[in-house]
Design a binder for this molecule. Structure first.
Ligand SMILES: Cc1cc2nc3c(=O)[nH]c(=O)nc-3n(C[C@H](O)[C@H](O)[C@H](O)COP(=O)(O)OP(=O)(O)OC[C@H]3O[C@@H](n4cnc5c(N)ncnc54)[C@H](O)[C@@H]3O)c2cc1C
Length: 290
């Protein structure tokens, strides 16, 4: 399934696995199961830290990625190739012990979520925004043992897609009921589970000379201009990145021939942080008083 070049690249990534991981495989005799099994065998051949076990999981073909002796609840139903291949590699690394790249405050909020949540995300392998949602939910599952997530390739599980009337991807179900469709960040998801940022942390901050409300291109530009004058600047943004997060290809940002919304948003954040700007995400300003 994997060509030689990809195997070499993957071999390098898999050297980063920190601990053994157990892939539990639920396969039948159908073609997709065979494809899935060959992918997993090829991955296991690239790292001694990958252990394969045969199991019967709720869906076939599917496989779950686990720590030794502990199920993480991350499952891929179908074969996560195409845009989901990165989601698979990240899941392997994170389950093995490499920390997801998430801010510590957010990690604490994820760990503190109480209750049991079973997420299922219907994707198509050619969907550009699906991996963001899959990777967000996988990272949440890695960090909180009460939260599980299954990525489901809608092209393989067509009966489920039809019976649920799913017309767009990604579509996320929570505990068997519709949750949301479309792009979602970790902050969006955990806010919906009742996790709120700790307002006391905000109140502890020193006052800002300039506090920008809004973390889209305009807000970040304003903040960087202000910070360049050497004053103390913060950004409060409900959704850092703003509308560009909903944009795939951007071709009219002069001097940059092509970029993509999420990449531009990450660049904005990196640029703002270089100036020491304090970015407060997932807060909605409801009132301004003098
Ligand atoms: C699908 C799509 C494709 C696009 N494609 C292109 C393109 O190719 N090229 C192009 O030039 N433009 C494109 N645009 C337009 C471009 O994205 C916008 O012009 C740009 O994002 C506007 O930037 P902004 O910072 O003014 O506002 P926004 O991007 O809307 O950002 C607003 C910010 O304010 C925050 N906010 C709002 N209210 C509150 C509150 N009460 N409390 C806290 N925070 C708050 C939001 O969370 C967000 O961070 C596209 C837009 C969309 C939706």
């Amino acid at each position: 399934m994997l060509d030689q070049e990809l195997k070499e690249q993957l071999g390098e990534y898999l050297k980063l696995l920190e601990n053994n991981i157990v892939i539990k495989v639920s396969a039948g005799n159908d073609d997709v199961s065979q494809e899935m099994v060959s992918l997993i065998n090829e991955l296991a051949a690239l790292s001694p830290k990958i252990i394969i076990k045969n199991e019967t999981l709720p869906r076939t073909p599917s496989f779950s990625v686990n720590r030794e002796g502990e199920d993480t609840g991350i499952t891929f139903a179908g074969v996560p190739m195409g845009h989901e291949f990165t989601s698979l590699i990240l899941a392997l690394l994170q389950v093995s012990g490499r920390a997801p790249k998430i801010e510590p405050e957010l990690v604490n909020r994820i760990k503190a979520i109480e209750g049991n949540y079973l997420f299922e995300t219907y994707v198509s392998l050619s969907c550009h925004i699906c991996p963001e949602v899959v990777q967000a939910l996988n990272a949440i599952s890695v960090l909180n043992p009460n939260i599980t997530h299954t990525m489901i390739d809608g092209a393989v599980f067509t009966e489920e897609v039809e019976s649920k009337g799913i017309l767009a991807v990604p579509t996320v179900y929570l505990n068997g009921s519709f949750f949301e469709s479309g792009r979602m960040t970790i902050e969006d998801i955990i806010s919906r589970l009742g996790s709120k940022p700790d307002i006391n942390e905000l109140n502890k901050k020193e006052p800002f000379d300039v506090l920008v409300i809004g973390g889209g291109p305009a807000g970040v530009s304003a903040a960087i201009y202000a910070a360049r004058k050497g004053i103390r600047v913060g950004i409060v943004a409900q959704r850092f990145g703003g509308q560009i997060l909903d944009t795939l290809g951007i071709e009219n940002f002069i001097s940059v021939k092509y970029t993509e919304g999420p990449k531009l948003a990450a660049n904005l954040e990196e640029h703002a942080k270089e100036y020491g700007i304090d970015i407060m995400k997932s807060y909605r300003v409801v009132n301004i008083t003098k």
